[in-house]
Design a protein around this ligand. Structure first.
Ligand code: PLP
Length: 373
């Protein structure tokens, strides 16, 4: 065996030993939160398609029309020839939705976070993240070359203490957090965080991947980024901010400049999904209502978003529980370290407008039974 395969083999053995190896499973998806694995049709509680819009006939038709008119790919980076007309329309609608002057669409949410932070902070600056921030916020912070500090999860007083100790030694400071935390489903205290930001002249970038279209109340940050791949059911990422900031990032965000524009079909699907989302408040209210129905049935803390963690602790136990639920017809994927902190493996249950009340009740009954005793 050559040294490369030996290296990979050793690393895999270590991952296996820690129950941390990841494997792909082919999964088909359909209407009403259906997911097909190995010929079995399951009810998925693991998709981030919170409003069921990835399967909506109008969203699918918009994508098909865009392919017919504009072709399959953007054909170049946006600053060269990849800036097809749907992108501008999508950006205008996103900016209006967020109450911002302007927006820019990136290739994905991950790419957005890789581009935004390094364009705004560098050596001599400070980036302060909530300790549970998503991997791509960390990646952007590291790429920036700024000094990185963390504050305790959702603790604005700890953020203030961190800035109080460190702000003066740095030119600029950027705070990174999520409106709704992806693996815990809890909400950041945005009012308190923005007040601290004002006190210390720090800028705030909030990742709204799990809030858009589901939990949208509360104050907005100056930098609001998110994804087109969750409640909008498509693919891509965005940033909403002032026109000046968007103009700067258009010239400076490397993950925007040196990559191909989002394909027309993805942009058109996201735009149509945004139109539907804005016109259907009942659809938007459903994921949170169903999540609360689930937490009430299980006696868990009331859901704050469409995401509810069922904490298990041990990674193997979480995998076993997930397998038992799958045998009963539910797809609820176990989330393990390093996605979540060591010792906090869990089932991450995601609710969708596409679920029925009876599907939610059946899952609650199964979880209660399988975790009893
Ligand atoms: C999913 C997610 C992203 C990444 O978005 P993609 O468009 O899938 O790359 C970023 N941040 C958070 C918090 C997420 O949950």
């Amino acid at each position: 065996m050559d040294s490369l395969d030996a290296f990979a083999g050793d690393k895999l053995a270590a991952l296996d030993a820690g129950t941390l190896r990841r494997r792909l499973t082919t999964t088909g998806r359909g209407a009403e939160a259906a997911a097909t694995r190995g010929g079995h049709v399951l009810v998925s509680f693991s998709c981030n398609d919170y409003l069921g819009l990835s399967q909506h006939p109008r969203v699918i038709a918009a994508a098909q029309d865009a392919v017919a008119v504009h072709g399959a790919g953007a054909g170049g980076s946006r600053l060269v020839t990849g800036n097809h007309a749907i992108l501008g329309a999508l950006e205008a609608r996103l900016a209006a939705h967020k109450g911002k002057e302007a927006a820019m669409v990136f290739g994905s949410g991950y790419l957005a976070n890789l581009g935004i932070t390094p364009a705004l902070a560098g050596a001599g600056d400070l980036v302060v993240l909530d300790e549970l921030s998503h991997a791509c916020m960390w990646a952007g912070a590291k790429l920036s070359g700024a000094r990185i500090l963390t504050f305790r999860h959702n603790d604005a007083a700890d953020l203030a203490a961190t800035l109080s100790a460190a702000r003066a030694q740095h030119r600029r400071a950027l705070i990174l957090t999520e409106r709704i935390f992806s693996m815990d489903g809890d909400r950041a205290p945005m009012g308190d965080i923005l007040a601290v930001a004002r006190d210390f002249d720090a800028w705030t970038l909030v990742d709204d991947a799990h809030g858009l279209g589901v939990v949208e109340d509360g104050p907005r940050a100056p930098l609001e980024m998110g994804t087109l791949s969750k409640s909008l059911g498509s693919y891509g990422g965005y940033l909403c901010a002032s026109q000046t900031v968007i103009d700067l990032l258009t010239s400076r965000a490397r993950s925007f400049i040196y990559t191909t524009g989002l394909p027309p079909a993805s942009a058109a699907a996201a735009l149509e999904a945004l139109v539907i989302l804005e016109g259907e408040p009942e659809r938007r209210a459903r994921p949170l209502a169903l999540a609360r129905r689930f937490t009430a049935r299980l006696g868990l803390a009331e859901a704050e978003s469409a995401v509810v963690p069922v904490l298990v602790g041990d990674a193997q136990k979480a995998l076993d529980l997930s397998a038992r639920l799958e045998a009963e017809g539910f797809l609820v994927v176990a989330i393990r370290p390093p996605t979540v902190p060591a010792g906090t493996a869990r089932l991450r249950v995601a609710f969708s407008a596409a679920h029925s009340e009876s599907q939610v009740d059946a899952l609650a009954e199964a979880v209660a039974r399988l975790t009893a005793g």
